[in-house]
Design a protein around this ligand. Structure first.
Ligand code: ZN
Length: 368
């Protein structure tokens, strides 16, 4: 009887043990499944470049959903009144584990727009347009963009209200899908500026204001705002948006038409200004490129965007002298047309040879 009772006890004990084990496994599986689901959801929220893809907002409806990741909270903010939040560093998210870059190429197109500025930066399927030339040059800029098969401009930067920078932008904004427009908070009653504001709002966008130190991702390129500081300036040139664009180890600097007050603030600021390619401020005017500034940038190359025979004396002989004495190789749109720099993050390849004329602009035409 005892052995029978013991056997029955053992069966009951086994049954309870098996049931308990099953319960543990079911709970465990549920937890594991939750983990798998969470992991899948997480991986679905990012594309190959580390940009979030789970936003439901169409690109036109929000400045924050440009398909790029604005890295600081303020970057995606549509309200100019909101203070800048601490920027986060986003670009590392796009780096592969072995430190390589998907697609691995950034191109900077300094488009020949005569006397004015328009630079298109393309990186791994993404595009940023920095200024759009005069209204007259706008068509050439759009043709150039079309020739590259680009239909979406992730970012459009209107550096400051001058017509040689923003005149072509209203029509250009109307033609393409646009993720985000950045323009400085500068009072201007210029007609072209009003047209630009109208074009921005008709896209359903609100201009994003530049804050020094804010970061944006353009593919795997990191775009950092260098200017303007939160100052009040007499000359609207000093409100120019300044950008440092870094891809791999190569850095490209843009300062619009910023002059000494803003340049001094950049030099005293927190953003590292050392660069490989410097786009000369204000079309090579001596009001933007100073010896001390250049010695801080230490560029290998400089690009000057100006019109052939312009009446403003661009580029200034003094600036060319600084560049030459610093051993900087110079490219200029007035002599060479559109200049294209292509980089894999290590090497920079140009579509033309550097200019060797060192020919300064003339003021002659201004007296005619
Ligand atoms: Zn200008």
């Amino acid at each position: 009887m005892d052995s029978k009772r013991d056997s029955k006890k053992r069966r009951i004990f086994r049954l309870i043990s098996i049931t308990f084990l099953c319960l543990i496994l079911m709970c465990g599986c549920g937890t594991f499944q939750d983990f798998i689901d969470a992991a899948l959801n997480e991986s679905n929220q990012y594309d190959d470049y580390g940009n979030r893809t789970d936003s439901l907002e169409p690109a036109e409806a929000s400045s924050a959903s440009s398909g790029m990741s604005a890295s600081s909270a303020s970057s995606g903010s549509s309200s100019p009144e909101e203070p800048s939040a601490q920027p986060e560093m986003p670009v590392a998210a796009g780096l592969a584990a072995d430190g390589t870059y998907p697609d691995g190429i950034m191109k900077v197109h300094y488009i020949d727009v005569g006397q004015g500025d328009a630079t298109l930066v393309t990186c791994e399927g993404h595009a940023m347009l920095i200024d759009g030339g005069t209204q007259e040059a706008g068509a050439a800029v759009r043709s150039y963009i079309d020739s590259l098969g680009i239909t979406k401009l992730d970012y459009v930067i209107a550096t400051h209200p001058d017509a040689d920078h923003i005149g072509g932008l209203p029509e250009t904004l109307g033609k393409y899908q646009v993720g985000m427009v950045m323009m400085p908070d500068v009072p201007s009653d210029k007609y072209t500026y009003k047209l630009l504001y109208d074009a921005v709002s008709s896209k359903g966008l609100v201009p994003v204001r530049p804050h020094v130190g804010d970061n944006y991702a353009l593919g795997n390129a990191l775009v950092t705002v260098t200017a303007p500081a939160d100052s009040v300036y007499e000359n609207t040139n000093n409100y120019s948006v300044g950008l440092m664009i870094q891809f791999g180890d190569r850095r490209f600097l843009f300062i619009g038409d910023a002059e000494w007050p803003s340049i001094q603030e950049m030099m005293n600021g927190t953003v590292d200004l050392k660069c490989d390619v410097y786009k000369c401020g204000h079309h090579g005017s001596d009001t933007s490129t100073y010896d001390s500034f250049l010695k801080m940038l230490l560029p290998e190359y400089a690009v000057i965007s100006c019109g052939k025979g312009n009446p403003f004396g661009h580029p200034h002989g003094k600036v060319l002298g600084y560049l030459k004495s610093c051993g900087v190789q110079v490219f200029r749109t007035d002599e060479q047309g559109t200049i294209v720099a292509k980089t894999d993050g290590t090497d920079i390849i140009w579509n033309v040879q550097p200019s060797v004329t060192w020919a300064a602009g003339s003021f002659e035409n201004s007296r005619e």
